[in-house]
Design a protein around this ligand. Structure first.
Ligand SMILES: Cc1cc2nc3c(=O)[nH]c(=O)nc-3n(C[C@H](O)[C@H](O)[C@H](O)COP(=O)(O)O)c2cc1C
Length: 146
């Protein structure tokens, strides 16, 4: 069975909602998912999973939250297969700063699948974007690991 680790940081809950929705979507295929909230305890080793999904909100002026930077350092290496999602808010500075943490993480991890950028809560019209992104990520993974 294919297994994905979803590690996410969430201050006010939006990124957590996205993480849950991705988990539900992946579990409808044959993917086994472990959800880890960054900062909640020991980090499961990404090496024990087929792929790592990382989720982050974005902080001041496009900054990556400290707990996410700590997570990256604690993991200590770049897993081969990484998918990145994030939430943000366009009112903080337009497209260049929107979900900038997710964009930077995807670049750092050399992710070959575009990062998901969600405006605040995914509930409502953006839900479909999350579902399609998650389904697409799994297809992308299958294609690379055929
Ligand atoms: C002080 C502050 C600064 C922020 N700066 C940005 C930013 O530069 N870019 C962005 O996309 N979102 C920014 N946001 C919006 C948050 O990333 C957004 O609300 C996000 O959904 C929060 O995720 P969470 O609910 O998982 O904590 C900022 C929010 C706060 C409170």
């Amino acid at each position: 069975m294919v297994s994905f680790l979803i590690a996410y940081a969430s201050w006010s809950g939006n990124t957590g909602e996205v993480a849950e929705l991705i988990k539900e979507t992946l579990e409808k295929t044959d993917v086994q998912v472990v959800l880890h909230r960054i900062g909640s305890g020991p980090i499961p080793d990404p090496a024990d999973f087929d792929s790592l999904m990382v989720g982050s909100f974005t902080w001041e002026q496009g900054a990556t939250p400290d707990e996410v930077k700590d997570f990256v350092l604690d993991v200590g290496y770049k897993p081969e297969s990484v998918y990145v999602f994030g939430t943000g808010d366009t009112q903080f500075g337009g497209d260049a700063l929107f979900c900038a943490a997710a964009v930077k993480l995807a670049k750092f991890y050399n992710s070959t699948y575009p990062p998901l950028r969600i405006e605040q809560s995914p509930r409502g019209t953006q839900e479909i974007e999350v579902i399609e992104w998650a389904e697409g990520a799994y297809k992308h993974w299958l294609h690379l690991n055929a």
